[in-house]
Structure formats: structure tokens, C-alpha cells
Design a protein around this ligand. Structure first.
Ligand SMILES: [Mg+2]
Length: 163
């Protein structure tokens, strides 16, 4: 089985998601469709790592919006977030490959992290990166700070060209 550990805020919603009533739990239909396509294409299952999972209302909301997930990570408030995922993985040895989708990287050291910006949520590029990773076509992950570094390198090249 292949698994995506799913954060929701900043992945399935973004700062552009309409939310006139300022609901605490909101999903962007377009981003959810994109995520569902990714699961289907990768034959992967989602496990919620989102903090929505520890609030009964959040869990109801996730079901209400139709987020497909098979399980949730254990809630271990005193542990780093990667520990919650590793404990879940220990209990599921049938998992052959997994990726983490989260807009924040804190507590996720050494995890195969694909990190959208909360300004955009899950982009087609990141969905494609996850799909390629889950298919074993690449071991490259997509961390935001690495992407920023690439941007800076391109920028410094550009500056060099001009001088
Ligand atoms: Mg988030």
C-alpha cells in the first residue's frame, strides 16, 4: 500500500479559498479534486496528519467535505510530528512507499516532504512530484526552503549575467 500523510490547512485550502463566514474548517473544491486525482493516479491512500483529526468537529468537517482518508495519525502532543507518522507506519508494515503533504516543515525532519505554499495550496507541480515519488520514479522531495534556495541560485546567476 502507498500512503500520503495529509495536512489540510495550506494544502486543501489556501489564502485564496473563499470563506466569507470565516469557518474554522474549509476545503477548496478545486484543490480537493486535484488531491483525489493524485490518489487515484498513484493508487495511494490518505492518512490524516492534519490537526483537524484531533477535533471531533474537524473530523466531521473532513468527512462532510468528502476528503478520502483511511485513518488518522495517533495524537502524541509531546512528540515531534514525524514520530506520530512513524508510529503509524510501524503499525502498518504493508506500506511500501509514503509521502508527506504539508505546508509546514516543523517536526518533519527526514520525512519525504512535499510542501505547498499556503498561498496556493496543492499545486499541479507538487501533485506531480508526489505522484512521481510514489511511483518510485524519483527520490526527490519538494521542500519549500529548497525551492527558495533554487530561486536564489537562479537569481544570483541572473545577477552574474548582468555584471
Ligand atoms: Mg498546514
Amino acid at each position: 500500500m502507498k500512503v500520503v500523510f495529509l495536512d489540510i490547512d495550506g494544502v486543501l485550502n489556501c489564502t485564496e479559498t473563499p470563506n466569507r463566514r470565516r469557518f474554522p474548517y474549509i476545503v477548496d473544491a478545486k484543490l480537493l479534486r486535484r488531491f483525489k486525482r493524485l490518489l487515484k493516479q498513484s493508487k495511494a491512500k490518505a492518512v490524516l496528519s492534519s490537526s483537524w483529526r484531533v477535533d471531533p468537529i474537524g473530523l466531521l468537517a473532513a468527512k462532510h467535505f468528502g476528503i478520502p482518508f483511511i485513518d488518522v495519525c495517533p495524537d502524541m502532543p509531546s512528540e515531534r510530528r514525524c514520530v506520530e507518522m512513524r508510529v503509524w507506519l510501524l503499525e502498518h508494515p504493508e506500506v511500501v512507499r509514503y509521502a508527506v503533504l504539508d505546508d509546514e516543515d516543523d517536526g518533519l525532519d527526514d520525512m519525504p516532504l512535499f510542501q505547498p505554499s499556503r498561498r496556493t495550496g496543492l499545486t499541479p507541480e507538487i501533485a506531480k512530484g508526489v505522484a512521481r515519488y510514489l511511483a518510485g520514479e524519483t527520490d526527490e522531495v519538494m521542500r519549500a526552503n529548497a525551492l527558495v534556495r533554487i530561486g536564489q541560485n537562479v537569481h544570483s546567476l541572473f545577477k552574474r549575467d548582468k555584471s
